[in-house]
Design a protein around this ligand. Structure first.
Ligand SMILES: NC(=O)c1ccc[n+]([C@@H]2O[C@H](COP(=O)([O-])OP(=O)(O)OC[C@H]3O[C@@H](n4cnc5c(N)ncnc54)[C@H](OP(=O)(O)O)[C@@H]3O)[C@@H](O)[C@H]2O)c1
Length: 251
């Protein structure tokens, strides 16, 4: 499919859902992957599903910004300079404004947005990134484009990520570092399956019917991310690519 042979790629959120599917896909394309998440057991589960065993697991809480310097030293010592970064780690909180506390909003912004800035800052340092260039992908959401009750905090964290991508892409183009984001619609993950089980059938049908092509799979998103990481996407930067089965264009 795409040539990622020998590419070294850091994937956050690799212990679950979309990040796990992407780590599996990237290994299938012969990339060497650094898997980040807090839960070491689930990171090892991801590793057991990947092709080749030359990957590197780094359990870390991305809210601990003071640890990034040391983490990147460990990653590059283990893997050498990096070619790609994908920030899947994210928190999705359904929070009506009147129930929103500053701390819970701040936690969501820390993981979804500020961690992305800090990751990009450290990833792009001379000692950490391939001198010839690299590709960075932030994971946004259609919640950055369309409104929904109780999603103002989550939507704002993703819209801010998309805004950051456009300016960071300008800032790093001279180093041939491309920076894009991907905005998925509703994807079938184990976590979403559990949430769906708690909803009345009518609400489940409403979610499915809002996507003209039906809801997506983690592999759909992984395929797009693999493309953006590859040199086939070498002229794409500063873009937010929507992958939502038509959700955002349907009336
Ligand atoms: N699923 C969808 O329908 C959908 C749609 C649009 C966008 N997205 C976005 O896609 C991304 C992945 O979603 P998902 O459905 O795969 O979610 P998920 O299954 O809940 O996975 C979230 C990942 O983030 C990691 N994470 C959370 N907080 C962290 C922290 N403080 N430090 C390090 N890692 C942390 C988790 O790892 P640990 O638990 O091991 O820490 C886990 O690997 C998110 O950014 C989400 O907003 C998802």
């Amino acid at each position: 499919m795409y040539d990622l042979d020998g590419k070294k790629i850091l994937v956050t959120g690799a212990s679950s859902g979309l990040g796990r599917a992407a780590a599996i896909k990237l290994s299938a394309l012969n990339a060497k992957v650094c898997l980040i998440g807090r839960d070491e057991t689930r990171l090892k589960e991801t590793l057991s599903l990947m092709k080749n065993k030359n990957h590197f697991i780094l359990p870390a809480d991305l809210k601990n910004f003071e640890e990034y310097e040391e983490s990147f030293k460990r990653i590059t010592m283990e893997m050498g300079k990096l070619d790609g970064l994908v920030h899947f780690a994210g928190i999705h909180k359904i929070l009506p404004l009147k129930a929103m506390k500053v701390d819970s909003l701040k936690e969501m912004l820390d993981v979804n947005l500020l961690a992305f800035f800090e990751l990009v800052k450290h990833f792009t340092k001379k000692n950490n990134v391939n001198d010839a260039g690299a590709s960075i992908v932030g994971i946004s959401s259609v919640a950055s484009l369309r409104g929904a009750s109780a999603l103002s905090g989550y939507g704002c964290s993703k819209a801010a990520l998309d805004g950051a991508v456009r300016s960071l892409a300008c800032e790093y183009a001279s180093k041939n570092i491309r920076i894009n984001s991907v905005a998925p619609g509703f994807v079938k993950t184990p976590l979403n399956d559990n949430t769906m089980k708690t909803l009345p059938q009518e609400a489940v049908d409403k979610i499915i019917n809002a996507h003209p092509l039906g809801i997506g799979t983690p592999e759909d998103v992984a395929n797009l991310v693999a493309f953006l990481l590859s040199s086939e996407a070498k002229w794409i930067t500063g873009s937010t690519i929507i992958i939502d089965g038509g959700f955002s264009i349907a009336s």
